[in-house]
Design a protein around this ligand. Structure first.
Ligand SMILES: Cc1cc2nc3c(=O)[nH]c(=O)nc-3n(C[C@H](O)[C@H](O)[C@H](O)COP(=O)(O)OP(=O)(O)OC[C@H]3O[C@@H](n4cnc5c(N)ncnc54)[C@H](O)[C@@H]3O)c2cc1C
Length: 406
């Protein structure tokens, strides 16, 4: 029995355990994680770790000693397969059971797989865990050089950037008419498409993958137009499926994700859900129910739950932000652009330092800043204030954004 059991040893789970101790929680804490690694940061998997600029040890959220010192019991390589919310009991894959006082479900998601023929051939990879990444890196070391990346979201684009830098030939295949269509406006998509092409990526949008070809191991990707892209490895980066089955089977509300309220509570008593696996009414997206896949969301929700458990329950109000590194481009995103009806481009895209400002009914709701940290820092305040600003003033790069806050 542990007073608090956290399921999932990723960003949200690890941060929740850390925050509990920071808040002065003195009860017992158990952290159950399916992976056998100590909790580690995921973003470098498609960036510095993949590029071999950072060793795995540098990805640890905390060193091994920390968990001992804080008396946080790590149960690694363990998977929770069932939850009994009445008996407050968890069942692990090996049949062991663990009782909880409060449960925090922080299981993230598993990579969405392709459903076409050939999806399970050798040489088809996801980029979600250290293991995924190491397997792919091992193949590259073994001579794999011609790589097809399926999916033009951040993970696919970041992987394409690193692979190109390593000298691989990369074909990027995106089903939508533009990359990043789910998260950003057309200006940003067009910019990143041009960047990748300049760096040698064969980037194709509006294409459908009908099959992965090969005998035992992948050798190519067949497309809807009848063409074949030769590939000796394939990366599939088409999003995640939240890892929620045991909790939903236990009766928690939600279908695609665990539904949580403003205090990160699920519909089951004493069970919270945080991070990539949870959906909530997002104040920064007009109250729409959504999941937010970011380190910021995972960490801030973890702190919100830790405070609630320690008796300081406050509704979640954290400001959403995100970053992505590709080539020498640092993208920083403030808030969520969903529902925008106008955009303003600040500075010239050709200068590779610009911001796209998203407006809804004249008010600033989000920003994408490429190599423009100043805009990001100052622009956040415009979003927080819900500022209504003349678009011509926003577009004038000589006027600092902080000068536009009323
Ligand atoms: C390659 C990559 C690059 C990224 N880059 C960025 C970035 O630049 N910026 C950014 O903000 N975000 C980025 N993200 C997103 C960010 O990493 C996620 O939003 C964050 O990891 C979510 O944390 P989480 O704890 O909810 O889930 P995870 O970090 O996925 O952790 C969940 C853990 O729970 C475990 N688990 C699942 N089911 C069970 C079970 N039943 N029992 C026990 N354990 C279980 C999983 O194995 C996993 O270890 C990136 C993600 C990836 C994959």
């Amino acid at each position: 029995m542990a007073d608090v059991v956290i399921v999932g040893g990723g960003h949200a789970g690890a941060q929740c355990a850390i925050a509990l101790r920071q808040q002065g929680f003195e009860g017992s804490i158990a952290l159950i994680g399916r992976e056998s690694e100590l909790p580690y940061e995921r973003p470098p998997l498609s960036k510095e770790y993949f590029a071999r600029e950072k060793s795995f040890e540098r990805l640890y959220i905390r060193p091994a000693q920390f968990w001992q010192d804080k008396d946080i019991a790590l149960h690694l390589g363990c998977e929770v397969v069932a939850v009994d919310p009445q008996a407050k009991l968890l069942t692990l894959r090996d049949g062991a059971q663990m009782a909880y006082g409060r449960l925090v479900w922080a299981t993230g998601g598993d990579p969405r797989g392709l459903s076409c023929p050939g999806a399970n051939l050798a040489g088809v990879h996801a980029v979600r865990t250290r293991e995924d990444c190491d397997r792919l890196m091992g193949e590259i070391d073994g001579g794999v050089n011609n790589i097809a990346v399926i999916g033009g979201g951040y993970v696919g684009l970041e992987a394409a950037a690193v692979l190109t830098k390593m000298g691989c030939h990369v074909t990027l295949l995106e089903a939508a008419p533009r990359v990043l269509a789910r998260v950003a406006g057309p200006e940003l998509s067009a910019f990143y498409e041009a960047e990748h092409r300049t760096h040698g990526v064969d980037l194709r949008t509006g294409v459908t993958v009908t099959a992965l070809e090969g005998e035992g191991r992948v050798s190519g990707v067949s497309l809807g137009d009848g063409s074949l892209v030769a590939a000796d490895a394939v990366i599939v980066g088409i999003g995640i499926v939240p890892a929620i089955t045991p909790l939903i089977a236990a009766g928690a509300a939600g279908t695609q994700a665990v539904e949580i309220d403003a205090h990160c509570r699920s519909s089951l008593p004493d069970i919270y859900a945080i991070g990539d696996c949870a959906s909530f009414a997002c104040a920064y997206a007009g109250g729409q129910a959504m999941r937010v896949e970011s380190v910021q969301n995972a960490n801030d929700r973890a702190v919100c739950v830790a405070k609630a458990i320690c008796g300081d329950a406050q509704p979640y109000r954290a400001f959403p932000w995100f970053w992505s590194n590709q080539y020498d481009l640092k993208l920083q995103t403030a808030s969520i652009s969903r529902g925008y009806d106008d955009t303003v481009l600040r500075e010239d895209r050709a200068a590779r330092s610009f911001s796209v400002i998203y407006l809804k009914q004249g008010r600033v709701i989000a920003l994408d800043c490429v190599n423009r940290t100043k805009d990001y820092v100052q622009g956040r305040k415009l979003v927080e204030a819900g500022a209504a600003v003349d678009p011509a003033r926003l577009a004038d790069a000589d006027v600092p954004l902080k000068a536009l806050i009323a």
